[in-house]
Structures are given as structure tokens and as C-alpha cells.
Ligand binder design. Sequence first.
Ligand code: 3IO
Length: 334
Amino acid sequence: ILSVALFSVMTIGGSSPVTPAAADTVALTYANFPPATTFPCIQMERWVKEVEKRTNGKVKVKTFPGGTLLEAKSMYDGVVAGGADIGCLATAYQPGRFKELEVMDLPIGFPNAKVASLVMWDLFEKYNPQSLKDVKVLTLFTCATAQILANKAIHNLEELNDVKLRAAGTGVEWMKLLGAAPVGMPQSDVPEALQKGVVHGNVTSMDVLKDMKYAEYCPFVTLSDLWVVPFAVVMNKRKWESLPADVKKVFDDLRKEQALWTGKYVDDHANEAMEWSKKEYKVEFIPLSADERAKWMAKVAPLVDSYIKKMDEAKLPGKQIVEDAKALTEKYSK
Ligand code: 3IO
């Protein structure tokens, strides 16, 4: 404690000479829903480390992985209510709630998390979504493209038919159109559902083969590159407003950088988890042929039009958002 206090006095000494260290320290809590091993928590720890470094130890953040402070579906409201200062949520878990962001749940053609995360950030800056107006957004990112992790081999639509698969909230609509029997639930509820046989697989990105040990339950992975799941890291607005200007600047400067860092991290980690699963669990990876994948994409294409229609009804510029998402995807894919 002493060394931290001294360090803090020294580093801020120039601007406020005799202020005690404690008064200058900002203590924050940061809630997350999945286990500490998973990428949303890895990016959380990275952000905390960067913030502590860039504020010379002025900001201290206590992290709560694994739903120990707030859980997946109560994350946004919990942060607004002040149950945590900062929270990480998957917006796709609550279909209809974060309408503008649902463009990220559509078959836009995001090639990976890096591109999708940058696109998401730019769209956020341009459209300043009403659904996030009660919080300060600290970063946005997505998971890598979703694959089908299952206890049976799925090569085509016939084999997918009626298979009970877990998907993130908005992924349910994709899986219905593809003929599967989807169940929506947060990633944090999946281990139990898989163990109990409530579902026969999980449609998600491959990082969790390793980080949540799904390789143990899912000996087959169909490489289908379906959706990405968008995430938002949000901060209680009053807390944000109470921060000193120099801290605000550090947080603001980190926002897009953190989106890029996380996208790259999870893309790489998904590939690493794939290799790990082959080696450790002999998981079989099944590529979809280009023809077969084209069939799948034709089935889910109507999702884009229904999104635009829903947005029209809500008086929101859905068509423009979709066009921008496509253009930005092209830009960042170069
Ligand atoms: C995810 C959510 C929590 C922890 C690790 C994860 N890897 C990919 C996701 C995406 C997601 O939210 C999901 O539910 O498939």
C-alpha cells in the first residue's frame, strides 16, 4: 500500500503537489458474465492493465468474472443501476433490445472478429444508438465467426435438420431458417445444458472449445462461418461523469484500440483452440463445401430484409446501417 501511495504522489506531484494519494485514486468495479478463462475476461484484464499503466496507477479496477457481480442478461440494467461501475454484455442475448446493434447479428459477411469489431465501432460512432444512451460505451467487439460444435457430424442441411443446438439469442433465427431446433441461452449456461443433454451442441466461436472445454462434449465441428456475437463494455453514466478529465481521456483513447485488440486476440485464439482440440481431443473439423455454404447463406438472407423492416417500423435507418456495415466490412477487409 505504501509503495502504491508514494508512486501515486510522485507521478501526480507536478499538478497537485500535496494531495494525498487516496483522494486521487479512482476505484472501479468491472463485472463480466463468463468464466475468467474466456476472451471477454481476457480483454477485460488487458483493458485494466492498460488503464492502470496509462493513468500511472491512479485508476484501480476490481474485476468480477463468471457472473459473480452481475450476470449475462442483467448486465446492462445492473450497470445503469450502479450494481457495477463497468459491465461487459453480449447484446445479442436480448433480441429486440439493442436494435441498432442487431445489424452485427445479420449475415453481412463479416470475415472475422477483427473486421467485425472495427465495423461495429464505426457504426456506433456514426449512429450513436438510442439503446445505449443510458451508459458510457468503453469499447465494442465481437467473437470470431460461429461454427457448429456438436456431438454429431453435420455435413449438410439434411444432417442439421431438427438438431437441438444452443445459439446466442439472435442466432436462434438463423438456426430456425437452417432447419435446426435452436435454444437461445448465454454462453455461461451452456456447460450445464450440454452435460444434461438439453442441447446436442453449441453454435459459437471456437475459442470456447478450449476455454470452456467444449472439446470434451463436442467431438465434431462444422466449419460454417455463421454469425458473430457483438459485445458492449458499458459504464455507469454518473460514475463516468465523476471521473477526472485526464482519466476520461485515457478511457476514450482506448475505445477503438481495445476493439481492435480484442478482435485480433479472439481470431487468433479461436485458431489456436482449433489446433488444441485436434491434438488433445481428436475433434473432427468438417469444412462445408462452397456449394453447401451458398445454400445455407441463401436460407438466412431474409434476415437482412426483416431487420430493415423492423427498423423502419421503429423509425430507425436500418437500410442505411446495413449499407454502411457492408461498405465498412469491405474497407476493413482490404
Ligand atoms: C462467448 C461468450 C462468452 C465467453 C466466450 C465466448 N466466445 C464466443 C462467445 C460468443 C457468445 O456470446 C456466444 O454466446 O456464443
